[in-house]
Ligand binder design. Structure first.
Ligand code: ZN
Length: 224
């Protein structure tokens, strides 16, 4: 009887946490408060946003040298859901003996930052429409490249990061053989580790099944 009572409390709290996610003005469920976030993590530890420490980062959104010309993050950090980080760490282990390393430009992006980007650049070719949200808001998408571990120099890729031209597309013609090869190396490794490519941005990957992670609007400062 006592067990039954505990079970029903557990079920109730699980159901509550799913319902607690309020809908925003576009009817999207966006997690805005840390209590809801913590209760989600409690019922499903894979929901945790982990800070990347074991892979180099280069976060342009924490500076004004990005396509919005605005500082969007309070400090340079990359947070991603735990399974995303675990997959990337496995990939990083594979690169190490080759003298290579991943370098991450961006991971989790609070929903309010997506709104701000849209204010500055309301164009779906460059920014995600807040009416839809993005894999970055789910903490399940990552922007990255490969560097030479010793020098930190980026491998030659078809374009710089956040170059929103057709040259950044996976099937873009007029790319040097080396850049095409490196782009394919990144794609092959990412796909082998459970990620899905985005045809229009060689640097963007989302973990398969990213939709199971809710959109989030918790600022960096409120994540540990
Ligand atoms: Zn991206």
């Amino acid at each position: 009887m006592k067990n039954l009572f505990i079970l029903s409390i557990l079920l109730l709290s699980t159901r509550l946490s799913a319902q607690q996610i309020p809908l925003n003005q576009y009817g999207l469920a966006v997690v805005k408060d840390t209590l809801t976030y913590q209760s989600l993590v409690k019922t499903d530890p894979s929901q945790e946003l982990v800070r990347v420490t074991a892979i180099p980062i280069d976060v342009r959104y924490a500076t004004d040298s990005n396509f919005t010309r605005t500082v969007l993050y309070p400090y340079p950090a990359v947070y991603i859901r735990r399974p995303v980080y675990e997959a990337l760490l496995k990939l990083q282990d594979m690169l190490e003996p080759m003298g290579l390393s991943l370098k991450i430009y961006d991971g989790y992006r609070p929903y309010r930052v997506t709104e701000k980007m849209w204010e500055v650049v309301p164009d779906e070719r460059y920014a995600a429409d807040p009416k839809k949200g993005s894999g970055h808001n789910r903490g399940a998408a990552v922007d990255l490249t490969i560097i030479y571990a010793k020098t930190g120099k980026e491998m030659e890729m078809p374009t710089p990061y956040d170059d929103f031209t057709e040259k950044a597309h996976h099937n873009a013609p007029g790319v040097t053989a080396e850049a095409a090869e490196n782009r394919l190396l990144l794609r092959t490794l990412m796909e082998a580790h459970g990620f899905v490519a985005l045809e229009t941005e060689w640097w963007h990957y989302a973990l398969k099944g990213a939709i199971r992670f809710p959109l989030m609007d918790i600022p960096f400062e409120h994540l540990r």
